[in-house]
Structures are given as structure tokens and as C-alpha cells.
Design a protein around this ligand. Structure first.
Ligand SMILES: [Ca+2]
Length: 511
């Protein structure tokens, strides 16, 4: 109760400062971008052409050190909407819907909290992972556009296959593909909100690109000269890392017409893929621009907080890896931008934040209390970053946490490991073990981003004191839960999971 009162007070203080009243609640436009790492002009990327997101960044605060809680769509999006880390709930995969787990069936999501406070909460495009959408989070049915993923027929998946080509430069308008349609629909919804000025809203707009396939209208490919695109500098796994820690890049290997059956890709193909990723990011950037422009033209911007968030990063060939699905820097660092009433433009902060911080942040910005029962009685895992919006030199987290599950298969063992990672300003430590295994059984990775920003070498053996200090930080959290099954209990082990296995992406190595 005390915590709620304190949070309410802070919220009211901020609102008072910003001049809101009970009848003039601020709105929230939340833009989620699938698989977007900070390859953005505003993050210092010299190649990226992202003028709209750069402009959005200039409206408020850019978070230089923002991290996901798990580098794959489903769990990352659950962390956002539930405010709980995957390892706290034991939900790491892309197929277990939290409400199917009896202890989580009454979870109060961010959407539900806003609804309870009188907000109209609408979701367009990819907010939850498609197989894990939570209808109770929305005031009206979640909306997803229909249409072809590819404009060119030859690029589409062969009959009965799931994946087509990795890239496409279509000679089509923006709204041929899903993200253009989503931007158009977002503008429609904003106009509807404009017509109901007394109705505060949380509009969540989820763009699908730059997720694979790297499909976008040709004009976005033409923004780039392939000669400007650099290949990753370091292309082997970190020296001394456990063999299972890097991803096998299985997601991209499911696509059609790859030049090789096995990595590495030839350099010209790697460059083509990076080009496709940048083009897709520019395409989404243009859609973000349309939505923000509509908000401004409708006169809604002065009373609306805008958040842009990437659901995880991407390995564009670094360490020889592609896609996400790791605890490494390129997969876990994300863009986060927050702007809106009362937030000073043109700010940046190097303070550490993580995805779970966004739910409590939005509650505080809009003057709402945290849900009384929390999530499954656990409370939220994150902290509000509002102090950073007021003063970017502040700090809300000494460390942030993420995790990734991995099966370790050797000739005679099959272990279901969780890699629990902790990141501070300088280092990342990953502790790999089965939940409830004794600490001494763990394999440890340690990277020093001051001396080794490309993660060339696992430095755990050389730095026992840093290892001890960061493991002490991990020990402050409860032990990671093993993956929960939809029968409501942690799965008993790898064998059971294998038996039930229906999809390739069961451990989260898919979308
Ligand atoms: Ca994603």
C-alpha cells in the first residue's frame, strides 16, 4: 500500500508539474519495432537513413544503454506488457501463453491497467508475439493487416513451406506491405481519438520490419550504396565461450534460395543481407514518420507521450552469427526513445534501463498506480525511469538483467540451461546452468566492453573479482524458473520437452 501511495504521489507531482488535470489525462502512442537494433542515425550510425526516428529522438530522451530481457520476440514482448522478466515467470518460448498457466491466469497487463484507469487501449500490428496475443489487454479487438508478405511471386514460399526468400525490393507503394497498412490504420485510429477529446488513449502500433524477410519497397534499398555497407569486423565466436552460447542462426537458415547450406555466407551475400536490413529499417522509419506527423497535425502531440522501442537487437554477421537468440551485446541492446509533454527535447542518457522498466514508467507518466496485486502476486520487476527524464545524469539501475535458454546436448547428456545475464556499465556476465543446479556447476562468460567492445574473448578466468561481484548481483534475484508448460508446472526435463516438440522454434529460436 505504501508503495502504491508513493507512486501515486510521484505521478501526481509530475502531472501537476506538467499541467494535467483529472479530466485531461495524457495519451500514449507506443511504437514497437520488430527486431530493430540501434542502426539509426540518432544512435550514431553513419550509414543508416532514418530521418523520422532521428526527429522523434530529438523531441525528447534517447536511451543509449537500453536492453531487452530476452532476445526473441515473444518473451521480450511479454516483458514489456507484463512488466516481468522471462526468468521470473519461466516463460522463454514462443508457444506458451501466460494465461494458460494457472498461476498466471489473472495477470494484469499494461493494457488492462490502462483500461481500468479509463483509457481506450488499442493494438495494431505486432505487439504480442502473434501466437501469444492477449485479447483482454485491448479495448477493441487487436488489428492486423491482411495481404502478401512478398510482392514478387517468385520470392514467396514454395507450396507447403513456411519461408520465402530473405530479401525483396518491391516496385510497390509503402502500403503494399504490412507496415504501410499499419501506419495507415494508425492514422485512422488517431483521427477517431481526435473526435473523442475526453477519452484518453493508449495506442500501440507494432511494425513488423526490419524482421526477416528484409522486404521493403525498392526506393528504400536505393537510399544505400552497397559499397558503404561494412561487414562485421569480428566474425568468430568469442574465445573461451561455451560452445552452446552462440546462436546457430537457425532462423535465417529456414529461408529459401540461400547461397549456401551452411554458414558462413559469402561476403557479397552478407553485404546484401545487411543492405536489406538497413532498407527495411528505413522503410519502417518512414511509417513511424507518418504516424507521428498525423499525431502532430491533429493537435494531439502536446498531450501525448510517444515511446519507440525495438523488441531486441540483431546479429548482422558479428561473431559469424545472424538473427538474435543470444545474450550478446548485438542481440540485447535496443533503441528506446521517450518524448512528450514536460520532457525536455534533445536529451540523451547513458543510464542503464531494461524493457521491464517501461510499464512502471508509463504508469508514472500517466499518474497511475501499479496494479495492486501485481503480476501473479509478484509485483513488477522494473523501475520507473521518470527520474532520468527529469535529469539524464541520474541512475535508476546499477545493473540490468536478461536471459536466454539453451539446450546443451553432448553424447551422454541433454541439459536444459538458462543463461542468466547481468550487464553493468562496463561488463556483462552470463551464468549458464540448469535452474537449481548449485552455483559451482555453472559455466561463466564475462566480457569487458571497455577493453573488448566486440566480445572477442571470455575474460571470466582472468577476472575472479568481477565475476564474484556480478554473480552477487545475479544472486539478488530469485533463481531462474525452468520453462513452464501449459499444464502449469515447470517441465520436468529436456526429455519431456523433446517428446512434445512440434515446432522448430520451441526453445525460442524462431521468430
Ligand atoms: Ca522480434
Amino acid at each position: 500500500m505504501r508503495k502504491i501511495t508513493k507512486q501515486l504521489f510521484l505521478g501526481m507531482f509530475l502531472l501537476g508539474e506538467l499541467g494535467f488535470s483529472a479530466t485531461n489525462k495524457p495519451n500514449v502512442l507506443f511504437i514497437a519495432v520488430d527486431d530493430l537494433k540501434p542502426v539509426l542515425g540518432c544512435y550514431g550510425d553513419k550509414v543508416a537513413k532514418t530521418p523520422n526516428i532521428d526527429k522523434l529522438a530529438a523531441r525528447g530522451m534517447l536511451f543509449e544503454k537500453a536492453y531487452v530481457n530476452q532476445a526473441v520476440c515473444g518473451p521480450s514482448r511479454n516483458s514489456l506488457m507484463l512488466g516481468i522478466r522471462p526468468q521470473s515467470m519461466g516463460l522463454y518460448d514462443l508457444k506458451t501463453y501466460f494465461r494458460d498457466i494457472p498461476v498466471y491466469s489473472n495477470t494484469v497487463t499494461m493494457g488492462q491497467t490502462f483500461k481500468k484507469s479509463g483509457y481506450e487501449v488499442e493494438g495494431l500490428g505486432k505487439i504480442y508475439h502473434p501466437s501469444l496475443n492477449d485479447e483482454p489487454s485491448w479495448s477493441v479487438k487487436h488489428w492486423e493487416p491482411k495481404g502478401e508478405a512478398y510482392a514478387i511471386e517468385a520470392n514467396r514460399p514454395p507450396m507447403g513451406e513456411k519461408k520465402g526468400t530473405t530479401t525483396e525490393a518491391g516496385e510497390v507503394e509503402d502500403n503494399y506491405y504490412a507496415d504501410g497498412k499499419i501506419a495507415d490504420e494508425a492514422v485512422v485510429r488517431l483521427k477517431q481519438f481526435k473526435a473523442k477529446p475526453d477519452q484518453p488513449f493508449l495506442l500501440m502500433v507494432g511494425f513488423h520490419k526490419p524482421h526477416l524477410p528484409f522486404v521493403s519497397p525498392k526506393k528504400y534499398w536505393d537510399l544505400y550504396n552497397p559499397a558503404d555497407i561494412q561487414l562485421a569486423e569480428f566474425r568468430t565466436p568469442p574465445e573461451g565461450a561455451p560452445a552452446y552460447a552462440p546462436t546457430t542462426s537457425g532462423e535465417i537458415m529456414q529461408y529459401e534460395k540461400l547461397p549456401v547450406d551452411k554458414l558462413p555466407f559469402p561476403d557479397d551475400y552478407a553485404r546484401h543481407l545487411i543492405h536489406g536490413y538497413y532498407a527495411a529499417a528505413s522503410y519502417t522509419d518512414a511509417q513511424v514518420g507518418k504516424v507521428v506527423a498525423a499525431l502532430e497535425e491533429l493537435g494531439l502531440a502536446e498531450n501525448t507521450f510517444i515511446v519507440l522501442w525495438g523488441d531486441h537487437g540483431w546479429h548482422l554477421g558479428d561473431h559469424g552469427m545472424w538473427c538474435k537468440h543470444t545474450n550478446y551485446e548485438q542481440a540485447t541492446r535496443i533503441p528506446v526513445l521517450i518524448s512528450g509533454p514536460g520532457i525536455k527535447p534533445g536529451q540523451r542518457t547513458s543510464a542503464l534501463i531494461e524493457t521491464v522498466d517501461l510499464y512502471p514508467t508509463l504508469l508514472e507518466l500517466t499518474g497511475q498506480a501499479a496494479p495492486e496485486t501485481g503480476i501473479a502476486g509478484m509485483g513488477l520487476d522494473g523501475k520507473s525511469v521518470v527520474p532520468l527524464l527529469k535529469d539524464p545524469s541520474q541512475k535508476v539501475n546499477d545493473v540490468v538483467f536478461h536471459a536466454y535458454p539453451r539446450a546443451e546436448k553432448t553424447e551422454d547428456t541433454k541439459r536444459k540451461l538458462i543463461g542468466r545475464a547481468v550487464r553493468n556499465d562496463r561488463y556483462r556476465l552470463v551464468e549458464w546452468k540448469e535452474p537449481n543446479d548449485p552455483a559451482e556447476k555453472a559455466a561463466i562468460e564475462l566480457y569487458d566492453y571497455q577493453t573488448d567492445p566486440l566480445e572477442k574473448k571470455n575474460l571470466a578466468k582472468e577476472n575472479p573479482q568481477v565475476v564474484a561481484q556480478l554473480r552477487a548481483e545475479l544472486a539478488k534475484l530469485p533463481e531462474a524458473k525452468p520453462q513452464m508448460s501449459d499444464e502449469g508446472s515447470p517441465e520436468s526435463g529436456y526429455e519431456k520437452k523433446e517428446k512434445k516438440k512440434k515446432k522448430k522454434d520451441k526453445t525460442g529460436d524462431g521468430e
